[in-house]
Design a protein around this ligand. Sequence first.
Ligand code: A3P
Length: 889
Amino acid sequence: MHFKLVYMVEHLRKMSHRIICQRRCTLTRAIVMILMVVLVLVTVMNYRHGHSTTKKENIPAKLPLTTCNMLNNVGQHVGPNNHDFQGNLKIGRKVLILVDSPFSKNAKLIVASMESSRYPYKVIDNELNMPTLTHSGKGRFGVIIFETMKLYLTLDSWNRQLIDKYCVEYNVGLIFFMKPLDEYEVLSEYVKDFKFSVHYNVALKDYRLNSGSKVWRIIKPGEVINETFPEEDWAVFYPNHSSIQPIAYATQISSMYDDYDPNNVDKTKTVFPAVLDNGDIDGIRKVFFGHNFSFWLHAMMLLDSISYLSHGKLSLGLERNVQIDIDDIFVGAQGTRMKKEDVLALVEAQGRLQKQIDGFRYMLGFSGWYYQHGTDEENVGDEYLLKYKDHFNWFPHMWRHEQPHKFTEEELRKNMFLNYQFAQERKIPVLHQYAVAPHHSGVFPVHEPLYTAWKSVWDIRITSSEEYPRLHPSWGRRGFVHRGIMVLPRQTCGLFTHTTIYKKYPGGPERLEKSIHGGELFQDFLYNPLNIFMTHLSNYGNDRLALYTFECVIKFVQCWTNLKLQQKTPMEHAIQYFDMFPNEQDPIWKNPCDHDKHMEIWSPNKTCDKWPKLLVIGPQKTGTTALHTFLSMHPLVTSNMNNKQSFEELQFFSGNNYYNGIDWYLDYFPKLNNASVEMLFEKSAGYFDSSRVPKRVHALLPNVRLICILISPAKRAYSWYQHMKAHEDPVALNYSFYDVITALDTAPRQVKSLRDRCLNPGIYSYHIENWLDYFSSRQIYIIDGDILKDKPVEVMDRVQRFLGLKNFDYGQVLRYDSKKGFYCQIMSDKKNKCLGGSKGRQYPPMDPKSEEYLSQFYRKHNIALSHLLDKINVRLPNWLEEELNSGKT
Ligand code: A3P
């Protein structure tokens, strides 16, 4: 191109020279000459322009920052309303949501909003019975949401009265969304009850909020949404009583309402697309939204309405901790990295953000090996990052950006140490307690060597990941603590390594704009008390998309909300986070084999063939050892290897072993020769009655089969007492069985503890219900313990059918042992005792007083068990039938 231009200019120059030198300057010649000069100039300019556009690709596009009227009129805003109630409020911190269908888009969005806010909630769909609204004189729910107004209006009168009475008595409010097209007919009939009329299918523009409303807390009203909302979606309210007040306004631009005349539209007419009923008439406060939940502002309006109607019982705080991590510092292909100007722009942007986020500093995650691996310009960029190093906080990423799950602890330590040395030599101000693993590898699913190496090289105490429990849905991300390292949830802001040019944003720049202006990115700020955002070096070079994105979203947050943004140290973030959500400290292990993304970051040495397919869950003293022995005799069934402390029982899901993580658990299972036909199983008899076990098992082994054995709960209690006595438990030795089971709550702690271990597992219905909260009844097989004792071969045949196993003839391997009084495996070695010495102990029969006491104690629980078994189509055990028939229960 350059060559062509030089040639052309030279050619023109020669021609004009010839013309001028011939001294025959006629007018025509002069014109031709002028034209040529113009032509040359245009060509040169075009060339320059063309040349500069190529160059311009490296210059970030000047993008329009979010505009905000409010920020220019700060004086007008009165600040957040306080919803706290001064009187005696007897309501729970839970939301009841009534939906047409739990699968409708609107219902899902409302549920997602509850999950994001971490509000406890219960969803009831049309088909289900109304839950009990009160418990021990307290209201269970702080607010009730109806997915559609129609749902409330068409409730049978009994349930509607029940809800109204509850709301009046407990001072609880209602929230309604609208689905105008569907609701039209129903609403016109009933809506008079509400002291307003409704116009449907209205098109709106200039949506804005009533600044004087008491409902707003997070919301800072004052902005106008300069958008047009189509008519098929919206309804507006016309109050006819002073109890109804607008909380939002809009300008009506059309209507499909009956008397609507398109030629006579008052385009300045202000209408109310959301109203508050103060409850002056019926004592129930209500908020009505003239649209469904898909309108972005409704997310905020719902949060504030919940806070207002629950008297602050369900309210999110106004403080938001923010941290922006820049991963991959020094990493990145040539041509995508930061240059000197980008570093200077980063420093400048940080200065601007510091005015909006108290204590703000970018967090730079570095991989030292890549230092000076860019183009000449980018290498200067690297130097500038170090020149300005004290402006930022730094954290280690990994020396060569390695994925930790692929390495041993020793290798990890070596690599980490190189990064450590790099930082030392260059005096990089590293925050030693925080680190991030490339691709989240090793953090979750947990790769134990990473945790150990991190601690030993860097003394890491905090990390963040987007993978726990998994990437999607993003609102479900949570934190956990493992081996003393606090893992915080991390948010993806939509900027990845390759997202570097605004115009080429995946799905178009409108997608990014939507996310910023009320969409996903904005909602991260709205819901999460802590946001650790993940960005990359490349998002700050090229178009500097990350600078634009965050400046816009933070401006938008300030424009629309009363949220106070601040940044603290990672340690302070972590402590505050787990103080707020103490339940999250306990991890819930998920199965990496159920999730492709997790398989990618799970060590290649690990296998999905080692998970047990069956758990014998107990309860203790019902014959679980016998069942374990019999199952292990099956040629295709293998149990775990013994544990030093608890022998054949791993007690993984119930006790502290759970904190050892899944690698620990898997190490106890042997590798099978043919995993497709063979089956691994585990028996831990304490699983049955431990309340946290079903949830943990379901998270890790959702398809597992479960077996429990039921014997008379009184017999079981006595057997446990005898078991403890045989183990010389001081309480069992010094207190009679009767004294133990009748001990009061004022008794010594150890006595109460033995009492509970005797009595609680026998409340079978309660524990089975807990399991049924997570597993289908088809996954659970219930054995009558008496039949297992008397006819084990028959029971084992049924067990094999339940497990889909190739039939094994137990008649050939089990014999009745008259000394023990039950069946044992035939053993060649006479010294080997049948089922071990501890089974089949002789002890005196239970005293009549205890028998009577236990019969009373278990009466209602046994009746509940019979109902439950009927419900799930399980034949009642003989002992239960007998007890029910004998009138004992
Ligand atoms: P006792 O110790 O009261 O005799 P677990 O193995 O779950 O701890 O249960 C032990 C109880 O199971 C023992 O209670 C024992 O009677 C009973 N049991 C032992 N062998 C059995 C067998 N072959 N079939 C059924 N139950 C058996």
